[in-house]
Design a protein around this ligand. Structure first.
Ligand code: SF4
Length: 353
């Protein structure tokens, strides 16, 4: 095994893999480019708190592209193959194509994806594809204008998001996944229409259980619509057949329409937790590394980076973090405690879900 990269930038021959305290490899790195967003989804960034005077991270507080590239270079040397760019809303970063281009130059980045709310995707899609982005996931909780407006803090526009999805398809950024957070009594009555719209398009709708992420969404268990209930609802309309996972650690349970009109998925962190194979780490825009979506603390990488840490020093830091990792929040979640919102968890907008 050679070190991650030689000082003169020669690509590492191959990665070493590092396993956490539960034997899980480090495979996915989600990178939040900025903490700002152009929507105000109440379950993530409520307008009441993230108003016009709210102070988001300043540029110098955010990791530079050089710093992000160094973290990714080292992380891929430790087994990371999948990079997902997130936010806030990553497309608010005007130079994102430059970063994408540099990430695709790293030999061990096998899968480069982005999660976006789609509002800016229609114009951005061609340059993202040209820069080398492989695929996109679009968050779209409903096709009903009123419901979507409510779930996006009055700022979302369904037609803009759909135009973004078409542009991403035209640019070849597919298969496109559509993430739908299902909230009982909020958008569950509009799921069938959304599925109907995407049937036969090749796009994959993933129905996500409402989670107690962060500290601001007032999560209660009775707002969760268990995936098995959603599955029953869908099967009343279209017969489905279970499919195998694409890879170990994939979060979605996959189903295909028996009539051949495509695939959907269920992400059931609350009722069917999947911590056992969780191989994801999350990097915030200001350089904090978190080892769980529901983490209460992270590790600051910005300081060692700005103190001139080289690849091997950073590799030791990352290895230590992962080797000690034992997160399995969803498996241990006690709904009554979660409803009490006692734990001060990292906010979702800071790590992009
Ligand atoms: S709760 Fe944490 S450990 Fe479990 S699957 Fe989610 S991110 Fe992974």
């Amino acid at each position: 095994m050679t070190s991650v990269q030689t000082p003169d930038g020669l690509p590492a021959a191959k990665a070493t893999t590092v396993a956490d305290a539960l034997g899980r490899p480090l495979h996915d790195l989600r990178i939040s480019l900025l903490d700002q967003c152009n929507l105000r989804c109440p379950y993530c960034m409520p307008e009441s708190e993230f108003h016009s005077d709210y102070e988001f991270l300043r540029k110098q507080q955010r990791l530079t592209y050089d710093e992000i590239i160094q973290v990714v270079r080292v992380a891929t040397g430790l087994g990371v193959g999948k990079i997902r760019l997130t936010g806030g809303e990553p497309l608010l970063d005007k130079n994102i194509a430059e970063l994408i281009g540099r990430l695709t130059d790293l030999p061990l980045v096998k899968d480069l994806a982005m999660t976006t709310n789609g509002m800016l995707l229609a114009t951005a899609a061609p340059k993202l594809a040209k820069a080398g982005l492989h695929r996109v996931t679009v968050s779209l909780d409903s096709l009903d204008d009123g419901v979507f407006s409510h779930m996006s803090g009055g700022r979302g526009d369904v037609s803009k998001v759909l135009a973004g999805i078409r542009a991403a398809e035209d640019a070849g950024l597919d298969p496109i996944k559509i993430n739908v957070v299902v909230q009982r009594g909020v958008n569950d009555h509009t799921i069938i229409d959304l599925l109907e719209y995407f049937r036969g398009t090749g796009h994959i709708v993933r129905l996500i259980e409402f989670m107690d992420v962060g500290n601001r969404n007032g999560w209660r268990m009775d707002q969760v619509m268990p995936s098995r209930k959603v599955l029953e609802l869908v099967e009343q309309r279209w017969p489905l057949q279970a499919m195998d996972k694409n890879y170990t650690g994939e979060v979605a349970r996959r189903y295909k329409y028996v009539d051949g009109e495509g695939e959907i998925g269920f992400i059931s962190s609350v009722t069917e937790p999947f911590c056992g194979n969780c191989s994801r780490a999350r990097l915030s825009a200001d350089g904090m590394l978190y080892t769980c979506l529901f983490a209460t603390h992270g590790t600051d990488l910005r300081e060692p980076l700005r103190n001139g840490a080289d690849d091997n020093e950073l590799r030791d830091i990352l290895s230590q973090i992962w080797l000690q990792r034992a997160d399995r929040y969803s498996e241990l979640r006690q709904p009554d405690l979660a409803e009490a919102h006692i734990l001060r968890k990292v906010e979702m907008y800071r790590i992009g879900g």
